[in-house]
Design a protein around this ligand. Structure first.
Ligand code: HEC
Ligand code: HEC
Ligand code: HEC
Ligand code: HEC
Ligand code: HEC
Ligand code: HEC
Ligand code: HEC
Length: 323
């Protein structure tokens, strides 16, 4: 009877100890103002070296500055990010208060799954089916895309241009760079130039600024949050009308964080899109469409006209030179 009670007590004590040592979970309450002051001070310690200022004026001699140069964390970007209120040590563990750092310190790095168990389970299931996980299983992980010091949720950024810039940077940093691509691609696989692949899309560079790669490369049915399943290229979206139509799919995706709040302000959804970036065909106002198409045609005619004038003037100049 007593033994049984002791066992139970041990169990409770073990559980309490486990809870006390566990890291912060993503659904824990945010830090109190007092805690935040302590966190900022502790992070400031790390940044005495890991910042531009630290690199210029290191607080200690004999540091490996060549390495440190690649290891800087920008305080403003960090503070604005999803993890901006966290202590560096929550993810980086112990061993970083020694200089040079403990060789073993690296091993203490927490993974996304440690703190985001529930969310990560859903996302991992999608990611496992993606082309990257299937073709590059050993090397491609969550942190290949996610910089834990930088990323900010789309619902916090809200401005479609900022969301697109953040999310496309991830893909373009690799798919638009031979060096980065070769680091992770199977041997001999050449990087297909990103604009050539999408040559059927007019003005690709403008599209990269206005719309996300994942808009076309993830399953369309996943409306609540974007899926992490980057699909095979033959499943990618090619129909212009998916975006350029009255019920554009972008309302449920890229523009959804705007729609909710600003709907009331503007009265109807399409004006939200209108005020940010005009998507041809996405309004219910055909005459506006014609104006934009007219402008587009005028631009093309302008460019061709400019070319013609140049050709004529160079010809004239050449024939003058011959005289
Ligand atoms: C006195 C300067 C200094 C301070 C303070 C400092 N670091 Fe470093 N850190 C360095 C230098 C120099 C390097 C590169 C050389 C190396 O790898 O040891 C580095 C490398 C790192 C690396 C990458 C290499 C690895 O082992 O993973 C991480 C991560 C890191 N530091 C985290 C931290 C954290 C977290 C803090 C605060 C708790 C911190 N550092 C405080 C100087 C410092
Ligand atoms: C939410 C978790 C998390 C927090 C909080 C965090 N880091 Fe990191 N940090 C990581 C991960 C994950 C990596 C490894 C990235 C990789 O493998 O490429 C990393 C890498 C680093 C590196 C190595 C350089 C690099 O880019 O690979 C340095 C230096 C570093 N962190 C410093 C800091 C400092 C300083 C803070 C606090 C201001 C901090 N980190 C807060 C997760 C975090
Ligand atoms: C040590 C614990 C820890 C680790 C490791 C960690 N996070 Fe977080 N994460 C948090 C906390 C705490 C928050 C703040 C929760 C909030 O603001 O709602 C957060 C917030 C977030 C958010 C925004 C809110 C949400 O729940 O979606 C995202 C996205 C996120 N983390 C992604 C990641 C990714 C990706 C990784 C791996 C690179 C990672 N985290 C690693 C603790 C962690
Ligand atoms: C191919 C690049 C890529 C990989 C790999 C990746 N992510 Fe993401 N992740 C993104 C992009 C882009 C977004 C922003 C999409 C959005 O706004 O919903 C995002 C958003 C998130 C979010 C916030 C949105 C949400 O659905 O809650 C979390 C959390 C997250 N990722 C966790 C993870 C985890 C965990 C892994 C590893 C199993 C992972 N990611 C792997 C690119 C990636
Ligand atoms: C660190 C590099 C890297 C990042 C980041 C990255 N990719 Fe990839 N991606 C690759 C490599 C390498 C391949 C080729 C894999 C193979 O087939 O061997 C690939 C393949 C693909 C494919 C082709 C699938 C097919 O059918 O051939 C698509 C589509 C794709 N990536 C989209 C994306 C999108 C969208 C993002 C951003 C959310 C992204 N990638 C981020 C490296 C990357
Ligand atoms: C408007 C929709 C759309 C957008 C936006 C888009 N893609 Fe694609 N992508 C496609 C389609 C459709 C294909 C298949 C093309 C084909 O087979 O002719 C494709 C093919 C690819 C491939 C396969 C290349 C190959 O042949 O091996 C990669 C990699 C890729 N896209 C990456 C990206 C990246 C990175 C971005 C963002 C910068 C992006 N895509 C934006 C629709 C899109
Ligand atoms: C995934 C959504 C999406 C798809 C699919 C898509 N577009 Fe777009 N497109 C956009 C967005 C968003 C803009 C707005 C750009 C801006 O004005 O900021 C745009 C802009 C344009 C423009 C205006 C470019 C300029 O120079 O002003 C043209 C033309 C265009 N798209 C044609 C097409 C054609 C043709 C297709 C099919 C082959 C297509 N788009 C497929 C989202 C998409």
């Amino acid at each position: 009877m007593f033994a049984n009670f002791k066992n139970k007590l041990c169990g409770v004590v073990a559980l309490l100890a486990l809870l006390a040592t566990a890291t912060v979970f993503a659904d824990d309450p945010p830090p109190t103002p007092e805690e935040l002051v302590k966190i900022k001070a502790a992070n400031g310690e790390c940044l005495t070296c890991h910042s531009e200022a630290g690199l210029k004026k290191p607080p200690k001699e004999g540091l490996d500055l060549k390495k440190l140069r690649h290891y800087l964390v920008d305080l403003d970007t960090y503070t604005a990010s999803d993890h901006g209120q966290m202590a560096c040590s929550k993810c980086h563990g112990d061993g970083y208060d020694k200089h040079p750092h403990d060789a073993k310190a690296k091993e203490g790095l927490s993974e996304c799954q440690d703190c985001h168990a529930r969310k990560a389970m859903r996302i991992e299931r999608q990611f496992d089916k993606s082309v990257h996980a299937e073709n590059l299983s050993d090397s491609f992980t969550c942190t290949t895309c996610h910089d834990a010091h930088v990323m900010t949720l789309a619902s916090k950024l809200r401005d479609p241009h900022k969301i697109v810039a953040q999310d496309n940077k991830i893909c373009l940093d690799c798919h638009d760079s031979d060096l980065a691509f070769a680091k992770i691609a199977p041997e001999k696989k050449k990087r297909p130039p990103i604009d050539d692949i999408h040559s059927w899309l007019p003005n690709t560079r403008l599209h990269w600024q206005a719309v996300r790669c994942i808009e076309c490369h993830t399953p369309a049915e996943d409306k609540l949050s974007l899926s992490h399943e980057i699909q095979n290229k033959d499943k990618a979206e090619k129909k212009c009308a998916t975006c350029h139509s009255a019920n554009t799919s972008l309302n449920a995706r890229l523009y959804r964080h705007l729609a909710k709040e600003e709907q009331n302000k503007y009265g109807f959804l399409n004006s939200v899109i209108l005020s940010n970036s005009y998507v041809v065909g996405a309004t219910r106002n055909p005459s506006l469409d014609w104006i934009v198409i007219g402008l587009f045609v005028a631009t093309v005619v302008g460019v061709i006209g400019h070319g013609l004038v140049r050709i004529i003037t160079t010809r004239m100049r050449r024939s003058k030179n011959h005289d």
